[in-house]
Design a protein around this ligand. Sequence first.
Ligand code: FPP
Length: 256
Amino acid sequence: MWESLKGYIKPGSEEERLVREIDMARLPRHIAVIMDGNGRWAARRGRARVEGHKAGSESVREAAETCARLGISYLTLYAFSKENWKRPRPEVIRLWRLLRDSLKTDGRLFMENNLRLTAIGQRPGIPRLVLKEIERLEKATERNSRMTLILALNYGGRAEILEAVGRILRSRTVRPQDLDEEHFSGFLYTGGIPDPDLLIRTSGEMRVSNFLLWQIAYTELWITPVLWPDFRRKDLFEAVVDYQKRDRRFGDVQSR
Ligand code: FPP
């Protein structure tokens, strides 16, 4: 077991059993997560939806720490979609406030754990104070190298593709014959970041909900009925173990 996980997981536990199954030489480089089920988690307890989001932010901390300790290089979390603006105004306000508070209080953790933060999505539209906090942390952590945490905020996959097309047209430097997939990827919000190897979705819904539409072309999907606030280290290890059993062929007949 890797040094960084020692002392973090209980000896003899289910977590330890799963970690022992993981081949550390074949870890997914990039994990993306659709964190779903906060509202249902709260409803089942007769609590307000925002309580589900609060509990969900604890799962965010645990997932980020676990991925960093495991040796994952990139973790992308779908925290606020462009469609989430349709929710009741009080929920929207509380969600952004929660995000800002989490970024403020966890800022220190990013430095202590050598984590880099970056955000993807439409920045115009993100509440000013949240954006200020994001940009402050992006700057402060830009040289950190252990893992990059990518927050998708005010994010939509189709909007991202449209924006990329707009940037290409406006640049007037890209000739149609030079535009291949790699070149196009560079114009997305995720330019320079490898595509996710594994996409986790909690709460059992079988959809991709406008998330990283271009980038997940060959991503392995892992869907669990567990609601996001209940998502623990063990679930993450289970996803990685399952991912490593997959035969990734990228359209070829042989595994890669
Ligand atoms: C989906 O659950 C979750 C969201 C729309 C928000 C995700 C936000 C967090 C986990 C909170 C904090 C995030 C960070 C990065 C600190 P839902 O409300 O759609 O659940 P439901 O489908 O059960 O109603």
